[in-house]
Design a protein around this ligand. Structure first.
Ligand code: ARG
Length: 455
């Protein structure tokens, strides 16, 4: 039976019930709904609605219900209740009779669902923080294992300048650290308690909302009832933080898919995170990485979904907002599993150092060094850039790297070039020069890694 039957003389149509019920989605809020109800029972006891005895009876029944349902979602869904709040109230009445009917005094499903959802966001957000931290640790371990493997760095997917593999790993550490701080920030804003704001205008009972908020582990109560029941910023923020983080995961996946390609052959992926082809026996496909890249799309979709749902909604609660949960749950599930999967991929990843080194030596990745060499000999950089461009064209025509051109051949482009040029064209020299903070010289990368390992 619905919670609101008194005003109605006809039953809902079967189609409306199917359309309107949210239990198949919001059953996941069972723990939060019960925990919130336990706190509410105490709050209404303090304003004289329930006796201490009634309150403890309700607490006991609610705890019992939690034990019966927490690992049994099928039991919840099979009840056919309208939503998780109706399910909990109906189950409570079934357990304790008329006393159960007192629990909703002064409360609305509007402040109740807002509370449940914020509690869920806080719990899930904290789990995500743990997974982001684990992924960060996996990247730091990989950086340590493969720190000095030399590989080409790319711009426009053209070999640009050599870098070390540890530098690539630490680039993603920076990104996931920003994701962690963004999520922490969002969780701070989500840490206000909606309970006790009623349907929209505030509850009619003079309860201590500060105490109520504390009892549920919130930092403070919300301050405006109209805003409280119509606010889903925390859902949007989590979807947005997840989208940015998935963008990082997807870029990392894409880099690794490319590194793993037959053409590059820079890395080997563990058998555990790859799959074969049903037809082509030689294939070992980077499915885990492709799925990380692929799932990014559905996360962005949910962000667009909730932003669009909330756009232009008048104050205060509207049923449109029931659409908030399906996308959020999917976002947090997708984000979690992608973080875990990415960490597993990194754990079993090895670098083929001969391949990365020989690729770094090709593609004229040391051209900038030759230009800097000419600058050191007194040539203005723009002119040096032009001279080296000509030398590269000629080397390409001869199908040889710059360092294999003879001194005479090089001097044809500029007489200032001397025998010391070869020294500066080596990979070691290219790397060693990038010693300013944030560069890819080995000492820089080692000290960056040491900082990350400390915290
Ligand atoms: N199932 C609803 C939701 O998720 C709960 C709130 C219902 N409130 C209402 N006034 N109909 O949004």
């Amino acid at each position: 039976m619905a919670l609101w039957g008194g005003r109605f003389s006809q039953e809902s149509s079967a189609l409306f019930k199917l359309f309107n019920d949210s239990l198949p989605v919001d059953f996941r809020l069972i723990e939060q709904d019960i925990v919130g109800s336990i706190a509410w029972a105490s709050a209404i006891t303090q304003v004289g609605i329930l006796t201490e005895q009634e309150c403890s009876e309700l607490h006991q029944a609610l705890n019992e219900l939690l034990g019966e349902t927490i690992d049994n979602p099928q039991l919840i869904i099979a009840s056919g209740a309208e939503d998780i709040h109706s399910f909990v109230e109906q189950s409570l009445i079934a357990k304790v009779g008329d006393l159960g009917k007192k629990l909703h005094t002064g409360r609305s499903r509007n402040d109740q669902v807002a509370t449940d959802l914020k509690l869920w966001c806080k719990k899930e957000g904290n789990q995500l923080l743990g997974l982001l931290t684990k992924l960060r640790a996996a990247l730091i371990d990989l950086a340590e294992r493969e720190l000095d493997a030399v590989m080409p760095g790319y711009t426009h997917l053209q070999r640009a300048q050599p870098v070390v593999f540890g530098h690539w790993c630490l680039a993603y550490v920076e990104m996931f650290e920003r994701d962690i701080s963004r999520l922490q920030d969002a969780l701070k804003r989500a840490d206000t308690c909606p309970l006790g704001t009623g349907a929209l205008a505030g509850t009619a009972y003079p309860m201590d909302r500060v105490k109520l908020a504390q009892s549920l582990g919130f930092a403070a109560p919300t301050l405006n009832s109209l805003d409280t029941v119509s606010d889903r910023d925390h859902v949007i923020e989590l979807c947005s933080d997840a989208s940015i983080s998935m963008m990082h995961l997807s870029r990392m996946a894409e880099d690794l898919i490319f590194f793993n390609s037959g053409e590059a052959g820079f890395i080997d992926l563990d058998d555990q995170v790859t799959s074969g082809s049903s037809l082509m026996p030689q294939k070992k496909n980077p499915d885990a990485l492709e799925l990380i890249r692929g799932k990014t799309g559905r996360v962005y979709g949910s962000l667009m979904g909730i932003l669009t749902t909330m756009k232009a909604l008048p104050l205060a609660y509207n049923k449109d907002m029931q659409e908030d949960k399906e996308g959020l749950f999917d976002v947090m599930d997708s984000w979690s599993i992608c973080l875990e999967m990415a960490a597993l991929v990194l754990t079993g990843l090895t670098v083929n150092r001969d391949k990365t080194l020989s690729a770094a030596k090709q593609g004229y990745a040391n051209s900038t060094e030759l230009a800097d060499y000419l600058v050191a000999k007194g040539m203005p950089f723009r002119e040096a850039h032009h001279v080296v461009g000509e030398a590269v064209v000629s080397a390409i025509a001869k199908q040889t790297p710059l360092e294999d051109l003879s001194l005479e051949e090089l001097q044809a482009f500029s007489p200032v070039i001397g025998a010391d040029v070869y020294e500066c064209l080596t990979i070691e020299s290219c790397l060693a020069k990038r010693e300013a903070l944030g560069g890819t010289s080995l000492p820089q990368v080692k000290s960056a890694l040491a900082v990350k390992q400390q915290g």
